[in-house]
Design a protein around this ligand. Sequence first.
Ligand code: SAM
Length: 220
Amino acid sequence: MEHERDLLDEIAQHVRVIGDLDDVERNSRLHWNARYAAGGGPRKTTPHPWLVHHFWRLRPGRALDIACGMGRDSIFLARRGFRVHGIDFSAVALSEAQRRARAADVSDRVSFILADLTAFAFPREHYDLVICFSYWEPKLKATLREAVKPGGFIIYETFNVWWKWTRPEVEERFLLQPGELLNWLKDWHVWAYREVGSDLPLTRGHKAVSSIVAQKPRSG
Ligand SMILES: C[S@@+](CC[C@H](N)C(=O)[O-])C[C@H]1O[C@@H](n2cnc3c(N)ncnc32)[C@H](O)[C@@H]1O
């Protein structure tokens, strides 16, 4: 706890703190902070291939990166002209994300926000792009859709139920059901969709993920 308080003090000058964390989420936040502080968690600096692959579809604008971790995708977007909000509840991860943004000379285009996503008030029709990699919270389905401007995009990729074959300890509520992303955005234009896992030898390092690129209708 002492160590975590020190970290929070250290980054307070760079990061805006919004909202309070309830007890359940605090436990989970402590888990993530401990994981990152011990050198674990996702630490790559390269953006996710699904985002890079579909980037050509996008025009620079306002982007939201939920569960941004150490900021790999936020920084990728900021370097390409987006103004980005990256949200995560791990102070340890955001401290590193902020350091990386400074090193990439994009700290004026990306704001990292320390907040619990399940208690965050997303602005309505504010973002041209919402991205998320490796996080799923069904409670956010409605508010994330609403946060996107007409004509804007959601690019999403996270673990699906087949991940349990390799990671039986993962709680099923954090995993996507077959077709869940498609169903979530079924009234949007779906440019790309895939489900990896059901027919792949996951033991050879494949990750069981579902991925989508969808665009909100411009009207209606
Ligand atoms: C698997 S990591 C993904 C990080 C990043 N998107 C990446 O792929 O490098 C999941 C992230 O979700 C964050 N997280 C989990 N629950 C959260 C919540 N309720 N509010 C905010 N962040 C949360 C964790 O702190 C962690 O950084």
